[in-house]
Design a protein around this ligand. Structure first.
Ligand code: NAD
Length: 290
């Protein structure tokens, strides 16, 4: 079995991340967090200053400051409603029209449509300007790295994107805005206009295989990295979490930036515990960006 056959422990976007928490201040749970450890920050900066190929691996935590809730953080969608995780499985979506209707309704006002990139996304641009950003491997489906201005060719979206819809049967891919307009116009579960098949967002749901070329590219850039920085992820979703031990095994330094412990802290060279919006601008400024 190739890595891309492994089920992704990620929910279908609209089921897990409806607009319910779109502007909920509580998602900014890192407010008031203690300042990041200066010694560890300087250590990470010194690793970056000598690096030529930096890979940034991002998860849902980088987008919480944009008003999009994560899944497993203290105010995450699954933390607050464990049932949402189960309902996120692709098999429920495909077999139950009620689940699809609920998903489309929730997607109509998902937080991502009005979200803007935050200081974390923008800080990555500083690294990019220094010509050492090798790739951004993102688990996120919100498109905020590209909105921030990161070169789309450098962004590897391993779990797809909500900005497009795709037919499960024939693969017809369209702008999500076009499909959502059909929902607004009164079709609660819009079928494929070409073949009549079930349509969903162009994301990877729980139980769905990844796109082999995409996850393979993510693994390849991780192997090539001098430094891999994992940001805002519990690093519990596979196979993408394997980027971290893979990079490490090929000699890369591993830096983790997250508010809470992650599954990979034990193999990291530096763990920066803090708010992403505070830590990343410091990490990529001056010493980390020479
Ligand atoms: P996760 O929900 O499992 O973990 C997010 C981590 O980020 C948590 O440990 C949390 O404490 C931390 N965090 C949240 N906000 C933070 C902040 N401002 N500063 C510092 N740390 C912060 O996320 P995951 O590991 O990415 O796995 C969830 C899956 O669902 C992934 O595939 C993910 O991309 C997807 N998802 C995507 C979005 C999105 O596109 N924005 C939103 C929800 C879930």
């Amino acid at each position: 079995m190739s890595s891309s056959d492994v089920a992704v422990g990620m929910g279908e976007w609209a089921l897990g991340c409806s607009g319910r928490f779109a502007r909920d201040e509580s998602v900014r749970h890192t407010r008031g967090m203690e300042a990041v450890d200066r010694g560890q920050l300087e250590l990470a900066q010194s690793m970056l200053s000598g690096a030529q190929r930096v890979v940034v691996l991002t998860g849902a935590g980088i987008s919480t400051d944009s008003g999009i809730p994560d899944f497993r953080g203290p105010n995450g969608v699954w933390t607050k409603n464990p049932g949402a995780e189960k309902a996120s499985n692709i098999s429920y979506y495909l077999s139950d029209p009620d689940v699809r209707r609920a998903a489309w309704q929730a997607r109509l006002d998902a937080a991502a449509w009005s979200a803007s990139p935050n200081r974390g996304h923008l800080a990555i641009l500083d690294l990019e300007r220094s010509s050492r950003l090798h790739a951004v491997v993102t688990q996120n489906i919100d498109g905020l790295h590209q909105q921030a201005g990161t070169d789309p060719d450098l962004v590897i979206e391993v779990h797809g994107t909500i900005w497009f819809s795709r037919c499960w049967e024939c693969g017809d891919r369209r702008q999500m805005s076009e499909t959502l307009q059909r929902v607004r116009d009164g079709d609660p579960d819009p079928a494929c206009e070409l073949c009549g098949g079930i349509v969903k967002s162009d994301t990877i749901s729980f139980g769905q295989s990844l796109i082999p070329e995409v996850i393979d590219r993510a693994m390849r850039v991780s192997e090539e990295a001098d430094v891999l920085i994992a940001v805002g992820s519990t690093l519990s979703v596979y196979p993408v979490a394997n980027c971290v031990p893979l990079a490490k095994s090929r000699g890369a330094r591993v830096v983790i930036v997250n508010a809470e412990p992650t599954e990979m802290d034990g193999i990291a060279d530096v763990v920066l515990r803090g708010s992403i919006g505070d830590v990343l601008p410091q990490l990529f400024a001056q010493g980390g960006n020479t």
